[in-house]
Design a binder for this molecule. Sequence first.
Ligand SMILES: C[S@@+](CC[C@H](N)C(=O)[O-])C[C@H]1O[C@@H](n2cnc3c(N)ncnc32)[C@H](O)[C@@H]1O
Length: 381
Amino acid sequence: MNRFTTSWGTFELARFPQDPRDRLRAWDASDDYLLQHLAEAGAEPAGPVVVLGDRWGALATALAGLRPVQITDSFLTQRATAANLARNGIAPDAVELRSVLDPPPPRIDVLLVRVPKSLALLEDQLRRLAPGVHAGTVVVGTGMVTEIHTSTLKLFERILGPTRTSLARRKARLIFCAPDPATAPAPGDWPRRYPLPDDAGIVAGRTVTSHAGIFSAERLDIGTRLFLRHLPRHHGARRVVDLGCGNGVVGTAAALADPAAEVTFIDESFAAVASAEATFRENLGPERAAEFLVADGLSDAAPGSVDLVLNNPPFHSHQATTAATAHRMFRDSRRALRSGGELWVIGNRHLGYHVALRRLFGGCEVVASDPKFVILRAVKR
Ligand SMILES: C[S@@+](CC[C@H](N)C(=O)[O-])C[C@H]1O[C@@H](n2cnc3c(N)ncnc32)[C@H](O)[C@@H]1O
């Protein structure tokens, strides 16, 4: 846990899941800069305050007195926010948690944006929120200087109105945007669809749907493509999990490969799970049984409840040191698998997933590989 001293008070904060060595802070200089600016600006907002893109709930927790609406694509962010409110004795309903796909508030008087990594997600969100923004809305963005580009500023300018930036302070920068109602942006064109290439195994030529900002939203990832070409056919597994499902292409392939398979699609991104559901339904119809879960991997799965886990773990993310997420996914998969059940993992060679799998499962074998990627299979004994 770490202490965040701001102009709005001092707060004990932690990430979710909590960093066991407590080294990673749940806030950064850009959160601090934004909070300081708001306190100096002084004006108490009359109406709804929206916080978009808060990473671990530092902004929502510090501003809980304003009863903000937090909008995020991340289930981990929501869990972190709820835990941080509780840690600081703040009632859970002080912050309204909404996902990026929930309807946005009809009126917004203050819009605070922690700039997300994905420009597509930012664009989609600004377009969704724009109808609630009016000439008097205070719009302030924040991010580290490495995260704010000319394209970021142009986006605010194009969708909301004239935009400028602050001086950098401790490598963070603010974005000030003066909404111009005459801008009246068109709604976004997400979710988008694309056809899969001919060498994508059983799903070749089929179409996937992706909401803004998810992994591989515009084209198939090359690692996923290798995975699709080597997935088990007629695997005979009934309870299959597509762990970290993104747009659901892997789980959809597993369902097509075996009519008896019931696939559970899991991702911590709300947009990913909605994409997976759209992809699955388009390719398998309305009747085929499947489950779609926004969750922290398999952390809540019943032990021994799964026959086959298919996993392309996250390898870059704002959410945590990434190896830690992948290793947690492997550990939780082992617990969720029945004896004899299998975990199939695709990863970049240099990530060395075989070491973790051997340690956890007592062994693993290489199913296929190319110069960049390797597919590993581990069996629960
Ligand atoms: C490398 S992508 C793979 C997506 C998809 N399976 C594919 O191959 O195109 C990893 C996915 O894991 C998800 N993810 C990251 N952390 C997670 C967690 N703790 N629980 C569930 N999903 C997570 C990310 O949102 C992302 O969609």
